[in-house]
Design a binder for this molecule. Structure first.
Ligand code: MTE
Length: 320
C-alpha cells in the first residue's frame, strides 16, 4: 500500500474531553491505544478517571490536520450535525438531537454465513482484539457534498480473516440495527428496513475499507453510526452503513436499501465517478461542507491508485 495512506497513531494532545456511551478512558483502554494514566493528564485534571459530563464537554478540534491531499479535516461540529441517517430522520440537522438517547451499549455484531468460524462479537471484544488506528478519509455523498473525517477504526479485512470466508463466499452483506422504539424514521413505509448494504469480497478485503468505531479520537457519536459503522472511502457515502449488527458472507450479490428503492439511480457498485451522472444531477463536482463554491469530484474519490484495479475490464457506466 502507498505510504501516504499508512495509519497515523492518535496523539494524546489531539484528544479533548467529550463523553459518549463509553467514557473516553474506557474507549481508549478498550481500543488498546493507551493503558496508563499519562493520556488523561493531557486533557483532564490530574487524578480524574471518569469522562467529563457531556454538558461540560469541550468541542474537540484538530488544528492543522489534513488528508493525504492536504485538505483540512472538517470541524467536529459539521461532522456531527449534518448527517444522513434515515432511521432517525431525512433532515440532516435533526439526526443529532433525535439520536441523542440511542443505546449503543451493550452491542453485538454477528458474523456468519459462508465462513469456517462464525462468531458473535461484543463491541468491547472488537475494540480489544483489533488495534484501532486513525484514518483521515474524504466522504463524498451521492448528493454532491463532501467532508474530510478523521475516523478511528480497523481494517474490515482483519475481522474477515478471523472468521475465514469459505471458497464459495463472494460478497459481504451488512445490516443495521432495527429498533423502532429508538429510531423514529423507521416508521416511514417508503424504505425496506432494516438498512442493508453490500460489497464484493475483494472490495471488503481492500486495505482502505474499515470498520469505524470513532472519530476525532473519540467513541463514535450516535449520529455517525455508533458504535460501529463501515467506511468505504472510494464509494458514495450511502455504502458506509451505520450501526452494524450483522455481517454475512454469501455467494449472492446482496440487495441494498438504495438499489431496492431506486435501481435506476443507485447501483450495487456506487463508486464515486465524476463521469457517470446521477439521472437527476451531475456528479462532476461537489461542495465541500464549510467551503464556498464547488470543487471537481475525483475518480474513485481520489483513491484510484488504491482501488482502480478492482474494476479492470468493467464498463463503469453499466456497473454504476
Ligand atoms: N447507514 C444507515 N444505517 N442509515 C442511513 O440512512 N446513510 C448513509 C450512510 N450510512 C445511512 C447510513 C449516507 S446517505 C451517508 S452520506 C453516510 O451514512 C453519512 O455518514 P455521516 O452522517 O457520518 O456523515
Amino acid at each position: 500500500m502507498n505510504d501516504k495512506y499508512k495509519s497515523v497513531p492518535v496523539k494524546p494532545s489531539e484528544i479533548t474531553p467529550y463523553s459518549q456511551y463509553l467514557s473516553r478512558r474506557e474507549f481508549l483502554k478498550a481500543a488498546g491505544i493507551v493503558t496508563g494514566s499519562a493520556l488523561l493528564a493531557a486533557c483532564a485534571p490530574r487524578g480524574t478517571e471518569s469522562a467529563v459530563p457531556a454538558g461540560e464537554a469541550e468541542i474537540p478540534s484538530a488544528p492543522g490536520k489534513t488528508d493525504e491531499l492536504g485538505d483540512a479535516v472538517n470541524s467536529f461540529k459539521d461532522i456531527t450535525n449534518y448527517n444522513n441517517y434515515y432511521e432517525f430522520s431525512t433532515n440532516k440537522e435533526a439526526v443529532a438531537p433525535l439520536s441523542e438517547k440511542f443505546t449503543a451499549s451493550p452491542w453485538t455484531v454477528e458474523v456468519y454465513g459462508m465462513v469456517n468460524t462464525p462468531k458473535t462479537y461484543g463491541i468491547e471484544d472488537l475494540l480489544k482484539k483489533f488495534p484501532q488506528e486513525e484514518r483521515i478519509y474524504r466522504l463524498r455523498c451521492v448528493e454532491a457534498w463532501s467532508m474530510v473525517i478523521p475516523w478511528m477504526g480497523f481494517p474490515l479485512a482483519n475481522l474477515l480473516k478471523e472468521v475465514e470466508p469459505t471458497s464459495d463466499a463472494k460478497y459481504v452483506r451488512f445490516e443495521s440495527v432495527y429498533r423502532r422504539e429508538e429510531m423514529p424514521g423507521l416508521k416511514s413505509p417508503f424504505y425496506p428496513w432494516p438498512y442493508q448494504e453490500g460489497l464484493r469480497l475483494d472490495e471488503a478485503m481492500n486495505e482502505l475499507t474499515i470498520l469505524a468505531t470513532g472519530l476525532y479520537g473519540l467513541p463514535m457519536p450516535n449520529q455517525n453510526g455508533a458504535p460501529i459503522r463501515l467506511v468505504v472511502p472510494w464509494k458514495y457515502g450511502f455504502k458506509s452503513i451505520k450501526a452494524i449488527v450483522k455481517i454475512e458472507l454469501t455467494d449472492k450479490q446482496p440487495a441494498t436499501l438504495w438499489n431496492s428503492v431506486a435501481p435506476n439511480e443507485y447501483g450495487f457498485y456506487s463508486n464515486v465517478n465524476p463521469e457517470v451522472s446521477h439521472p437527476r444531477w451531475s456528479q462532476a463536482s461537489e461542495r465541500r461542507i464549510g467551503e464556498l463554491g464547488r470543487r471537481p469530484t475525483l475518480m474513485f474519490n481520489g483513491y484510484a491508485e488504491q482501488v482502480a484495479y478492482l474494476y479492470e475490464g468493467m464498463d463503469l457506466s453499466l456497473f454504476y
